[in-house]
Write a protein that binds this ligand. Structure first.
Ligand SMILES: NC(=O)c1ccc[n+]([C@@H]2O[C@H](COP(=O)([O-])OP(=O)(O)OC[C@H]3O[C@@H](n4cnc5c(N)ncnc54)[C@H](O)[C@@H]3O)[C@@H](O)[C@H]2O)c1
Ligand SMILES: [Zn+2]
Length: 690
């Protein structure tokens, strides 16, 4: 490949990864791999400047603004940071600073590099008015309502007296603490939804949700690390950090002043392991010049300040012995192979990696085992980078001993129930075929049934369900409604955590029993859409269940619907329709529904109470495109309907009004123009309401 081809390939790849990372909150490769590719591109571009492409990611901040929020121009651009993974480049940075300051003395402030998303928070007269993402560095998404869910962010503070304009801005990192991240992923898994690979992606995805109530539930937090205003308020960064803390902002107390680059290197070493005891993900250290005046002397490149640099920790990789492969069975029957690992002394203590003990790592599926070419007894490399879940990255073939290692034979029967496994075309996982009798599948279905978006019985959980199942009290979801105080009181189970060895006791005393029974009783009031989700028809997630409930109104209509009728419901495609038909063909499923009905569960949708505000829009149809200042999408639809109007799903000649917001969709606009549909602004719409 010649340089031109490589430059074009790297540009395209990096732009793609940037898009996935910033828009979709997904990392398809590790940060380290990304940074290496970017460095390679930068080197090539320096060598062959005339080959640099206009869309090159090398001189731009990586993010973009989205269509889902109003976009806001930053008062001060939000830049990135230069980064490095090695000490020499840190020394080079120090050398550049020294030269740039012409012999003046200087000092650094070191901070941890928190791994979340940058936030800009504006205060006017001491009141928090706006929270914005970094976006493309010039403009960002207005996510004020989501930022407001951060409990540690004071919404009103005293303003420093030297600020005459009344306006100042705070910058910080919005993040999801590990504890919230784990909780959120456990819930997502229970609901059969996709989980995030790491806390940074989960934070990024959460800050960009439309529903602020859901954002609030996720438990986001933020650390504040920068103060900006038109007036010069602080002479040093240190002063500003102390002042921010005193004003009530959440400033991580892990920062430190360093007088030399050697002190900086000490700080880096100190936090290499210690950072894993922090409640959030960190991926490095940020080194910043302390003096604000000296910062101005050094200035900026197009992408980052010259007075700061990020040192990023390399993902730690360690050898381990693959003792065995075990197989886990999930709710859907999917089999996951797991590597059982130990250290090279084989003393059962596992390996110590990035602050935690590792004894197991997921191998995902049979293909992955094949790709890695694993044998039992191999020495393998285990890595834990930004992801908190360790992974096996390769076999150390130099240590391979053919006589003392064994081939891995993928099982063809279920390790839990012995039933045969199948693997559908195009699927990576094997599945246990014994849907009705396989214990983890049964327990999984019950866990799904009590999920927050289903029957919402939060007084039950995994451990309790396991106990009820083992005692033979609950073998399927309908058994929950036969539980009584007598059956539950006094049940007990002691479990030992395999990795930590911690002993945990689940015991049912008076209060626990009462809570469980109350929770079950309350679930009888859960709306039909939640019941429909809870019974666990394949492919019928919470959203599909809501659509079905809204369209068919009750379970009998759904049961009676044939394929064509099902397909007329909104967003019900072939796969879902087939799955519903199949579900209602099974006799046991029909019995299950009758039992739930007899237990008193809601099998029909209650008529929604429609709010009526006026009749100004009666007889008129509306469609909207873009984002609006006064409404989220749902609120806008409600407003139209509450005033007698109707929201339609596409532009047609019959459409009366297209309401055009910020960043409208071009296809809707074009179609509306062609069909002469009247287009109105948000203000004009408000005026129609009178
Ligand atoms: N894996 C992928 O596919 C992929 C794709 C794109 C980008 N990335 C990663 O993202 C990086 C680029 O992101 P970036 O431009 O935001 O740079 P960056 O994350 O390396 O550094 C800048 C950011 O650091 C954050 N930060 C955390 N703690 C800070 C502190 N104490 N002081 C100041 N800032 C602090 C701020 O949000 C700031 O915007 C890449 O280097 C790469 O590692 C990964
Ligand atoms: Zn099984």
């Amino acid at each position: 490949m010649n340089p031109a081809e490589r430059i074009s390939e790297l540009t395209e790849k990096l732009n793609y990864y940037n898009h996935r990372y910033y828009m979709d909150s997904v990392s398809e490769i590790s940060d380290q791999e990304f940074d290496m590719l970017l460095k390679e591109l930068e080197n090539l571009e320096n060598q062959y400047p005339y080959l640099k492409l206009p869309e090159s990611p090398s001189h731009r901040v990586g993010g973009t603004i989205t269509k889902n929020f109003a976009s806001v121009e930053h008062r001060y651009p939000m830049l990135s940071l230069a980064n490095t993974y090695n000490e020499q480049e840190l020394l080079d940075f120090d050398e550049r600073v020294r030269k740039g300051l012409n012999g003046e003395s200087y000092e650094y402030i070191c901070e941890l590099k928190f791994d979340g998303i940058s936030l800009s928070m504006t205060f006017e007269n001491g009141v928090f008015v706006r929270g914005v993402t970094r976006g493309d560095g010039v403009k960002g998404d207005d996510i004020t309502n989501n930022v407001k869910t951060i409990k540690t962010l004071p919404l009103k503070v005293k303003i420093p007296p030297s600020i005459t304009t009344g306006i100042f801005e705070i910058r910080g990192e919005g993040f999801l603490p590990y504890s919230s991240f784990e909780k959120m992923n456990a819930e997502a898994e229970a609901a059969g939804e996709e989980s995030y690979a790491n806390a940074r992606n989960a934070a990024s995805g959460s800050f960009k949700l439309q529903d602020s109530a859901e954002v609030a539930r996720r438990g986001l937090d933020a650390y504040v690390y920068q103060f900006l205003s038109d007036e010069e308020v602080f002479a040093t960064h240190e002063e500003s950090l102390i002042a921010l803390k005193n004003l009530g902002f959440n400033v991580s107390q892990t920062w430190q002043k360093c007088h030399t680059i050697q002190d900086v290197i000490e700080y880096i070493k100190e936090w290499d392991e210690k950072r894993f005891s922090l409640p959030l993900a960190t991926d490095g250290i940020v080194i910043k010049l302390n003096s604000i005046a000296q910062r101005a002397e050094l200035g900026y490149t197009a992408k980052s300040p010259r007075w700061a640099i990020a040192y990023k920790y390399k993902a730690e990789s360690k050898p381990a012995i693959l003792k065995a492969v075990t197989y886990q069975v999930g709710r859907t029957g999917a089999i996951t192979p797991v590597a059982e690992l130990d250290n090279e002394k084989r003393n059962g203590k596992g390996i110590h990696l990035s602050g935690t003990t590792v004894k197991r790592a997921s191998l995902h599926n049979a293909n992955e085992i094949e790709r890695l070419g694993l044998r039992i007894g191999d020495t393998v490399f285990v890595e834990k980078g930004g992801e908190i879940i360790p992974k096996v990255t390769a076999v150390d073939l130099s240590k391979r001993d053919m006589f003392n290692t064994q081939e891995i034979v993928y099982p063809n029967t279920c390790p839990e129930c012995g039933a045969p496994l199948t693997r559908k075309d195009g699927e990576a996982n094997h599945y246990c075929t014994n849907e009705k009798g396989c214990p983890p599948q049964i327990r999984g279905r019950i866990e799904h049934f009590i999920h927050r978006k289903a029957m919402n019985i939060d007084s039950l959980g995994e451990g309790k369900i396991e106990l009820l199942y083992e005692k033979g009290l609950v073998k399927n979801i309908t058994d929950l409604y036969d539980l009584t105080y007598e059956k539950l009181f006094g049940l007990e189970k002691i479990t030992e955590d395999e990795t930590t060895g911690k002993v945990r006791k689940v015991g049912f005393k008076e209060k626990t029993v009462q809570n469980i029974l109350d929770g079950i009783e309350k679930s009888k009031q859960a709306p039909f859409k939640q019941v429909l989700f809870g019974i666990g028809i394949r492919y019928v997630g919470a959203t599909v269940a809501e659509k079905l409930a809204g369209f068919f109104k009750n379970i009998d209509n759904i049961k009676a619907a044939d394929y064509e009728t099902l397909r007329t419901a909104p967003e019900i495609g072939d796969k879902i329709a087939q799955s519903i038909i199949e579900f209602f063909q099974v006799e046991e499923n029909l019995e299950l529904i009758e039992k739930l009905r007899n237990a008193g569960l809601q099998m029909a949708a209650q008529d929604e109470v429609k709010v009526i505000e006026g009749d100004q829009l009666v007889g008129k149809t509306f469609l909207y495109t873009g984002t609006f200042i006064n409404f989220e999408r749902e609120a806008l639809e409600q407003k139209i309907e509450a005033n007698g109007g109707k929201v339609v799903s596409g532009v047609s000649g019959k459409l009366d009004y297209l309401i055009v917001g910020d960043k409208p969709g071009s296809s809707k606009i074009e179609k509306a123009k062609k069909l002469n549909v009247k287009m109105i602004s948000e203000e004009e719409f408000m005026a129609m309401l009178g």
